[in-house]
Design a protein around this ligand. Structure first.
Ligand SMILES: *Cc1c(COP(=O)(O)O)cnc(C)c1O
Length: 383
């Protein structure tokens, strides 16, 4: 189906075209100089010591857990209102994900109070996810981490230009993981980044990114005779220089993209202000947000009503989505039989409205007007 107003649109132009062609013509298309430059510029943008580019954020999360030595018998506390990759990554290292609820129906961030309830002697780490680019309560979470000696991994897939009290998200925990998937704020189709201030962890991630193979210079320094050695069971999680070229251009556009998205969010807030049938999460957010998505939650609703409203919007040419179907309710996590009341309500009643660089105010007015109308119709049909 072709939507008049899509959920997301790429912020791509001639500069991206040129960057790709230049890389193709250079004849070096796999990981190389562009990747190095991307890592350098991304680290300096975030003001973090190390960054390691990888093939996607899922690989970044896997490597993060791996380099922290998390494995069999360990537990990792995770949100459920997230993309399933956050949770799956824990299973890749044979550890157990333990779900924690969100803070409230208007704050989708993982709840520090529920995190503390879920800590056991087996808990080794917490993965937080900064939903939509809005910061989790990192003061409370880092305090817990310190008290119980846990590592904090930030799934910063939504938040490449967000902060918490002036600190860029992704740089507060021990490791931050970013995504450059096609609908993210920075995109190169598929891509990801690991950032950390810990040199040893970065070194290890670099090694595991490419088969656990030592580099030539590293090899020489250690006096090996062979061309390379393999130190650990690594993976092929390399990005390529065509994608790195795209990500470099997108990184340069990020600040402008963030400013525009902030304005569009403010416009949504104005247009939706009078609607008492919905909740707008993070309304009082005080920190810088990349505004990856614009979610709303229907009041006094259930998934049937939500789906009906979404269908009407779709018929009117407006694409919406659901961020997210709760991970703990998927078949593979059913056996953990977790109940998360607030996550369940949001998962059943959230609607993600369109938000992207080239979205127009006029389109936001139309979305708000239609949403209001369809919710009123639903009420009248019931009365
Ligand atoms: C997109 C996303 C991921 C996965 O990123 P990929 O780069 O597609 O692997 C992980 N976590 C969250 C919260 C995401 O939104």
């Amino acid at each position: 189906m072709n939507f008049r107003i899509p959920l997301f649109d790429l912020n791509y132009g001639r500069v991206e075209d040129g960057a790709v062609l230049k890389t193709l013509h250079s004849k070096w298309i796999s990981m190389g100089p562009n990747t190095k430059r991307l890592e350098k510029e991304f680290a300096s943008f975030l003001n973090v010591k190390n960054s390691v580019a990888v093939t996607n954020c899922t690989a970044a999360l896997h490597l993060a857990l791996k380099v922290l030595g998390i494995g069999e018998g360990d537990e990792v506390i995770v949100p459920s209102l997230t993309f399933v990759a956050t949770v799956n990554s824990v299973r890749y290292v044979n550890a157990m994900p333990v779900f924690a609820d969100i803070t409230s129906v208007d704050n989708f961030s993982i709840d520090p109070v529920d995190i503390e309830k879920k800590i056991t002697p087996k808990t080794k780490a917490i993965i937080v996810m900064h939903y939509g680019g809005f910061a989790c309560d990192m003061d409370a979470i880092m305090k817990l981490a310190k008290r119980y000696n846990l590592s904090v991994i930030e799934d910063a897939a939504h938040s490449p230009n967000s902060d918490f009290k002036g600190k860029k998200l992704g740089t507060i925990g021990v490791i931050g993981c970013f995504s450059f998937f096609s609908n993210k704020n920075i995109t190169c189709a598929e891509g990801g980044m690991i950032v950390t201030n810990d040199d040893a962890l970065a070194e290890k991630a670099r090694l595991l990114r490419s088969h656990g193979m030592t580099s030539l210079s590293y090899d020489r320094a250690r006096g090996h005779s062979a061309d390379y050695d393999v130190l650990e069971l690594g993976y092929n999680y390399r990005i390529d220089d065509i994608r790195a070229a795209l990500a470099l251009v997108q990184l340069k556009k990020l600040e402008g993209d963030t400013i525009k998205r902030k304005k569009l969010r403010e416009y949504y807030l104005e247009e939706l202000a009078k609607m008492n049938t919905i909740i707008i999460p993070y309304k009082d957010n005080k920190f810088g947000s990349s505004n990856y998505i614009f979610p709303i939650v229907l009041k006094n609703s259930d998934f049937k009503k939500r789906d009906k409203v979404r269908q009407k919007l779709a018929k009117a040419g407006i694409q919406t989505s659901v961020h997210y179907p709760a991970a703990h309710r998927f078949t593979i996590y059913n056996e953990l039989s977790t109940t998360l009341e607030k996550t369940d309500y949001v998962s059943d009643n959230v609607i993600t409205l369109p938000l992207y660089y080239s979205l127009k105010k006029k389109q936001i007015r139309e979305i708000a007007e239609k949403l209001n109308r369809y919710l009123k119709e639903d009420k009248n049909e019931k009365d």
